[in-house]
Design a protein around this ligand. Sequence first.
Ligand code: CMP
Length: 480
Amino acid sequence: MSRPRSTNNFLLFCVATAIAALLTYLLWHFSPNLNYLLSERMGAHPDPDTIINVLKLILIGVVAYLFVRALNSLIFGLTFRLRNGFEAPTLVRNVFTIIAFTIFFLIAFNSYFPDVNLGALFTTSAIFGVIFGLALQDTLGNFFSGISLQADRPFQVGDVITVGVLRHTGVVEGITWRAIKIRTFQNHVVIINNSTAAKEPIEVGPRENLNARIVYFNTLYTDSPAKTIHVVREAVREADNVSQRVTPIVRIRNLGDNGVEYEVKYWLDDYAKYNDTDALVRQRIWYAFRRAGLNFAFPTRTLHVERKPKPGVLEGDGGAIIERLAAVDIFAPLSADETGVLAQAAVSHVFAPGETVIRAGEPGSSMFVVHNGRVCVQINENGRPRTVATLNEGDFFGEMALFTGEPRTANVVALEETEVLEIGHAAMKTVFDTNPDLVESLSFIMAERRQGLAVKSDASIAPDESAGILSAIKRFFGLS
Ligand code: CMP
């Protein structure tokens, strides 16, 4: 069984400290003997004291390095993690180590070699400066870019980033004084120089942020958008790693050549797993489509051949339309043939939830029967819509303008996906000609609805009101 890396490091550190402590003790304890030995063997040149001081300085350097490492782990590994919940960036730790070590070393150097002027060595050597500058040009560039990246803190270890025009995408594993290390979704490690990263655009998906993804799909034009949106939304919100905090959004992005193009936008709990989650979302959509009888669009060309309907014969959904009209109260007195004629004249329209079927104030020369779905009748009261009635399957509306020739009295809005059957003026006139009683029952209903339209009115229907409507209808349709 392999030990964790941190334990190995700790053991190594302990061994190195023990060895350094032992060597230091030995050097200090036996330095007079060593001095004696060296002067015996080499004489006065080089000076044995200088050699021993150099050895002492090296050992002090090693001990100082170990001490700085321990201090570093204590401050950044432990205290920083306890306070902030994550480890300090490697770059910060390295800078701390370099500065602290340099300070310790210079103090030790100064105490053993007080005559050597280190400052003059650095400042007076122009050649040294040029060589140093050229050799470290890239390294220093990376170093300072790294510092500026750390100062801005645009991302942290664990965030998903996409860097540059080559769009290297992956999870940040480390930020050192030289480079950013990311692990791609193919489990490769990409190292990007800090100076390169500082010049490139970087897209960040922070770990603590609610990041979103968009997945696309197409359906046939015959599939209902309201149903598709509902089915996909429910299927996606259940998938693993899809955040429960925000409901996924499903919307039409284009009416394309090959079908209706949709996008589903969802938010992830763990953005680093977006590839798997995208795939799961697509899979859920497929199964949901299968269950709901929806169809993915594929490149198709639909050839429409227009067939003239034979007079008196209803095509396709005709049976259902006849059944629907026969179940409408006001058409109850009609014979089967008359209902058939009406059904023949009826034109079906589908409205999306929230769409307006009829707008108040507009002229109208047809009435409607709700075939599937629900609508509400709204009037404008002090600038706000007030619902006066909700009409269900088998109810009718739009008769007021049709029968009186006046403008529409109210807005009628689809509450869900709704199919209505529109019947025009000519068809209704035929029906009235053969069923004069129909006009009377209609005039009662219309009088009742008019009462409903009156704002906060408690009054009952005045008998002369329906009589007035009756004569208006007769006049309008030229009935005796
Ligand atoms: P019309 O005026 O042509 O257009 C709006 C329609 O809303 C109207 O015909 C009626 O069919 C319907 N309507 C108006 N008021 C009511 C009501 N109180 N109850 C039910 N339907 C109504």
